[in-house]
Structure formats: structure tokens, C-alpha cells
Design a protein around this ligand. Structure first.
Ligand code: ADP
Ligand code: PHD
Length: 558
């Protein structure tokens, strides 16, 4: 308690608005033991009140009283509004023990009226899917095992044992028999199959809450208004979802004091009416979609790490939590960090590691559109402050926020050739391309620009050559001026010599030369007040360019 209250005092310094105070305060105290809901409220109230009285002014007291009022309203079932989403990923609800801890965690915020979103327990989705690392899993086994053996599929038994043996899984067994009969697993069936993971975890969790005397109600996302495209295994949420979800909640949930427990990751295809999934890690998107639909105060995504980290901790364990991110940074990080999970789990030819993205690539879009802060927290270490993702952050605190790795990228390189016609053919065609693209993205066609490329091969030693390829997009009208300034800087003033010390390789790691050259380009061109519309490097570190106030080349990620 002492540590938690000092976190509250030190971090807030009464500079933040009232709602901010209550928000940070939420994370100060977390009890790890089971408790009676009403009892723990009493403890919390007394403790917080004492701390606040002794440390702060009447202003805080007022905030606190407001919060108490809200707690009372919620307790009495009069609260008309939900306050936040609490989303827990598979690792957070991997076992019965973890579920108990998550229940305690949720109840340790009695001032909240949350909507809870759950993923499937642990690795359930992988177990239900085609393949997981080297072993063929339930779905694929069913394709070849024969109908009479479908009930004996190990993963089915394993799911039964890992979850509650009492859970009725007849439907899943029937489905596996159906797959065995058809000897085929289509994307549509795959989505139906993996939906069992979320459907089961939410039912189990709601049942557990009810068992311990906390009213909870389970909902399947496809029944509460999640309408998607019919792109099975990777469906997009349609706009109609927002009003549909809001309608369901206002019509049925508001006056029900039960905590809603909603399946993450799932939707309903608008044409087929079949169950769809939102792509791996899609429960984050479920959470932000509900947050936007209801205009909630905050979306919490609880993971197994202390927030968004400076890089993937499975790649480099010394990765540090990033305290603040903007929606754009988080979207970019999610997008560039997104992995093709299936590819990397494809058996003997693939890697024997699974890769995990920290946020679903699309998940920031609803949060940004609804301007709803997203807090990434660690369900294993709730006292850690986590990461707050919001509209703006203090950029003077950190220029670079994180390094992400995207594997298995396919690059589309369009080169105008003589075969396509005379010069200008592609430019004319672009109008049609833009029309098509505008259906799915905001497209800015920037004309009358020039591309300046700095290309080289720098020899560091007799063995190592480093290719340099930096392209800057500037205004046509300023291009000659830019070439002159860059030439003076790189070839006439000895700047390159100055950069050479940075070219030395240490322990075989790559040279940061490209970064230094890019930086110098920006310095030079900003000194002559030229606009750089975009910058490209072979391995783009978009954050550097973005934080220098330049337009990011891929600017329509969210
Ligand atoms: N930059 C990053 N910051 C934090 N975690 C990352 C990052 N890149 C990859 N990861 C991985 O993403 C995982 C996200 O946590 P997890 O609890 O598995 O989320 P969820 O279950 O909600 O999908 C981490 O365990 C970590 O291995
Ligand atoms: N269970 C799904 C959906 C999901 O969001 O999972 P998690 O939150 O554990 O990444 C998956 O594994 O992709």
C-alpha cells in the first residue's frame, strides 16, 4: 500500500485534471488475494482517503468524493455508464489460477464499471488452428483422422482437461467430426473452429465470477453487433458495428448490474452471417471498437509485459517500457511489428519460434477516432505504470520510442517501363489507382515533386561493403537548390569525413551510417528551408523522420 500511494503522489503532483488523477489512481492498489467485493471497497476508501488527506489539497478531496459517489452509484446499480474496457489476452487467462487472479484484479477497481473482453485461454487458438510450431493440430488432424477417431484428437482432450472438464464441448467434437468427414478445412470453418476458444474462456470466466458472488453475464461479440466483412480469418470491422454495439449495450446492459464478459476476436460476416475472426491478436481490436462505440473513458489492454516496450523482449530482454505513445506511434509500431503468425509456425521449414505482436495492427484506429486513451498494463505486475497511448505526448522526453521488426514482408516495386508506353503513362494511370485506393485509405497524391537519391557503396574493410540508399522527396521547384546544398555538404565541406568514425563496425553489428547521412540531409535541407515530403531508406526507421516533423511515407496506417 505504501509504495502504491507514493506512486500516486509522486506521479500526479496535482498538475493533471481530475479525471487523470482518478485514472492513475486506479493502478496504485492491486490486491493479489481473493476478497469480498464490498469489503475491499471499504479498505480502499479508507486507505486512499487517509493518504490523500495527508498529502494534498481540498481539490483532490473533491475528486475523491466524486469517485466515491460513482462507486456508490455503481454498487447500487444506478450507474448509467460503463467507465472502461478491460481486455485480457490469452496469456493473462491461461489457466484456472490466472482466471482467479484476473477476477481479483478486476474487482480491485471497485470504482470502475468495466466491460471485460477476453481472448482464448493461453494457446487455445493455436491448438484449435491448423498448425502450431512443428505439430499438426486439431483442425488439420481432423482432416485426415477419420470420423470415428475425431473424439480422440489429443488437442480436443487437452482443451477439455486444461479447461473445466464440465464444459460441454459436444459442438466442438461435432465440428471436428464434420471436418474429418469433409476432409477439408476452409477459412470459414477455421473461424468457426477457433471461435470456440473465446466462446469457452468467456463462459468459464463469467461462470467463475457468478460462483464467487459477483454478477457477470457472458456475451458473444457476433451477437452484440460486431459486423464484419466476410474475409474469414482476417475480417475487417464494418462501420455499422459502432451503432449496433451501442444499441445493444444501451438497450440491454445499462440497467443490468452484471459485469459483461465479451468474446474478443470474433464477429459476424455481413453477407454470410457466419462467424468471422479479426486476425491474430484481434481481441485488442474488439476492445477498442467497444470503447469507441460507447465513448468510454479508457481502454485497458492487460498483457504479460510491463506495457509497450522499446523492442520485442523475446528478441532483446533488456527492452524497457515506453511510458507514453501517441496513437500514431502505437499504430505504426503495431503495423510495422505485425507478424505473419501462420508463416512462422509452418513446420520443419519454418522457424521453431513463434512471434507475437504487442498490439493488433488495426487496434489503434477506433481508439484514435474516438480519442479514447489506451493503457497497456501487465496483468502479472499490475503495479507497473504501463504505457499510456493517447492523442499527444511530450515529444521532448523521447525522440525514438521503439524498434520494431516485421518479418516476411512482400515489397511492391512499380517501375515504369517502355512496354507500358511513353513517359508519363504511369502518371496518367495513377489517377485510376488513386480512385481505387481512396476506397480504403486517405490518399494524398503529391504532384510536382522530385526524388533526390543518395546512393553509394562504402567500403569499411576488405570484406564489408555497406550500401547507402537514401531517397528524399522534395518540391520540384526547390530540387536544384537542394542538390547544390547537399553536394556542398557531402562532397565539398568534408562532412563525409566527419561521418566516417560512425561507420566503424563493432562486433559485426551494422553501421549507423545511413542514419547519420539521413540526419545530415535533414539538417542541410532544413537550413535552406526546403520541405522534405518523404524520406526512404532501405530499412526505414519511420520514427526518426516523423519526429523531425516530416511526413511519413506510409501515412495511412490508422
Ligand atoms: N514492443 C513490444 N513491447 C511489448 N511486447 C512485445 C513487443 N513486441 C513484441 N512483444 C510481445 O508481445 C507480447 C504481448 O503480450 P501478450 O500478453 O502475449 O498479449 P496478448 O495476449 O494480449 O496478445 C509480449 O509477451 C511480447 O513477447
Ligand atoms: N485468441 C486469438 C485472439 C487474441 O486476441 O489473442 P491474444 O489477445 O492472446 O493475442 C489469437 O490467439 O490470436
Amino acid at each position: 500500500m505504501a509504495a502504491a500511494s507514493s506512486h500516486f503522489c509522486v506521479d500526479n503532483k496535482i498538475k493533471t485534471p481530475c479525471h487523470e488523477l482518478t485514472r492513475i489512481c486506479r493502478f496504485c492498489h492491486v490486491q493479489s488475494h481473493s476478497f469480498n467485493r464490498i469489503g475491499i471497497e471499504g479498505i480502499f476508501c479508507r486507505t486512499r482517503r487517509a493518504v490523500l488527506r495527508s498529502n494534498h489539497s481540498n481539490k483532490i478531496e473533491a475528486v475523491f468524493d466524486k469517485k466515491k459517489e460513482k462507486e456508490k452509484r455503481n454498487r447500487d446499480g444506478e450507474g448509467k455508464n460503463f467507465s472502461c474496457i478491460m481486455k485480457f489476452g490469452g496469456s493473462s487467462v491461461a489457466s484456472a489460477e490466472r482466471m482467479r487472479e484476473i477476477a481479483d484484479l478486476i474487482l480491485s477497481f471497485p470504482e470502475e464499471r468495466p466491460i471485460v473482453v477476453l481472448s482464448a485461454m493461453g494457446k487455445t487458438t493455436n491448438k484449435l488452428l491448423l498448425v502450431d510450431l512443428w505439430c499438426v493440430q486439431a483442425g488439420e488432424k481432423a482432416v485426415s483422422c477419420g470420423v470415428s477417431n475425431a473424439s480422440e484428437i489429443e488437442e480436443l482432450k487437452c482443451i477439455l482437461v486444461a479447461l473445466f472438464p464440465t464444459v460441454h464441448l459436444e459442438e466442438l467434437e461435432q465440428l471436428l467430426k464434420g471436418i474429418a468427414m469433409m476432409k477439408e478445412l476452409t477459412p470459414r470453418t477455421t473461424d468457426y473452429l477457433v471461435s470456440f476458444g473465446e466462446c469457452m474462456s468467456t463462459r468459464i470466466f463469467a461462470a467463475y465470477l457468478n460462483k464467487i458472488g459477483v454478477k457477470a453475464h457472458q456475451y458473444d461479440a457476433f451477437d452484440i453487433g460486431f459486423i464484419t466483412t466476410d474475409d474469414f480469418t482476417n475480417a475487417d470491422i464494418l462501420e455499422a458495428t459502432y451503432p449496433a454495439v451501442a444499441r445493444t449495450v444501451h438497450a440491454n446492459w445499462i440497467d443490468d448490474t452484471a459485469i459483461p464478459i465479451v468474446t474478443g476476436f470474433l464477429g459476424k460476416g455481413w453477407k454470410t452471417g457466419a462467424i468471422t475472426t479479426l486476425g491474430r491478436g484481434g481481441s485488442d481490436l474488439t476492445a477498442t471498437t467497444i470503447g469507441k462505440a460507447l465513448g468510454l473513458q479508457e481502454i485497458q489492454v492487460w498483457k504479460d509485459v510491463d506495457g509497450v516496450l522499446t523492442c520485442d523482449p523475446t528478441i532483446y530482454p533488456h527492452a524497457e517500457p515506453v511510458p507514453y505513445l501517441t496513437f500514431e506511434e502505437a499504430a505504426e509500431l503495431a503495423y510495422f511489428g505485425a507478424q505473419d503468425v501462420y508463416f512462422f509456425s509452418m513446420g520443419p521449414t519454418g522457424s521453431n519460434r513463434t512471434f507475437h505482436e504487442v498490439l493488433h495492427p488495426q487496434s489503434m484506429r477506433p481508439a484514435r477516432e474516438g480519442d479514447i486513451p489506451v493503457r497497456v498494463k501487465n496483468s502479472y505486475n499490475p503495479k507497473a505504470p504501463g504505457t499510456l497511448i493517447s492523442k499527444a505526448r511530450d515529444k521532448s522526453k523521447a525522440v525514438l520510442t521503439s524498434i520494431v521488426l516485421k518479418r516476411n514482408v512482400t515489397m511492391l516495386d512499380i517501375v515504369s517501363t517502355r512496354m507500358l508506353g511513353q513517359f508519363g503513362f504511369l502518371a496518367k494511370e495513377l489517377d485510376n489507382v488513386v480512385q481505387e485506393l481512396e476506397k480504403v485509405a486517405i490518399v494524398n497524391l503529391l504532384q510536382q515533386r522530385s526524388i533526390i537519391s543518395l546512393i553509394g557503396n562504402i567500403q569499411h574493410s576488405s570484406l564489408i561493403l555497406e550500401k547507402v540508399n537514401i531517397s528524399l522527396i522534395v518540391n520540384d521547384s526547390e530540387a536544384e537548390k537542394c542538390i547544390k546544398a547537399l553536394h556542398q555538404s557531402f562532397f565539398e565541406s568534408g562532412d563525409l569525413l566527419e561521418l566516417m568514425p560512425y561507420c566503424r563496425f563493432g562486433n559485426g553489428s551494422p553501421s549507423p551510417l545511413q542514419g547519420f547521412i539521413a540526419e545530415r540531409c535533414f539538417e542541410v535541407l532544413s537550413s535552406i528551408k526546403s520541405t522534405i515530403w518523404s524520406a526512404l531508406r532501405e530499412f526505414p526507421s519511420a520514427s526518426i523522420f516523423r519526429d523531425r516533423g516530416c511526413i511519413l511515407f506510409i501515412s495511412s496506417l490508422v
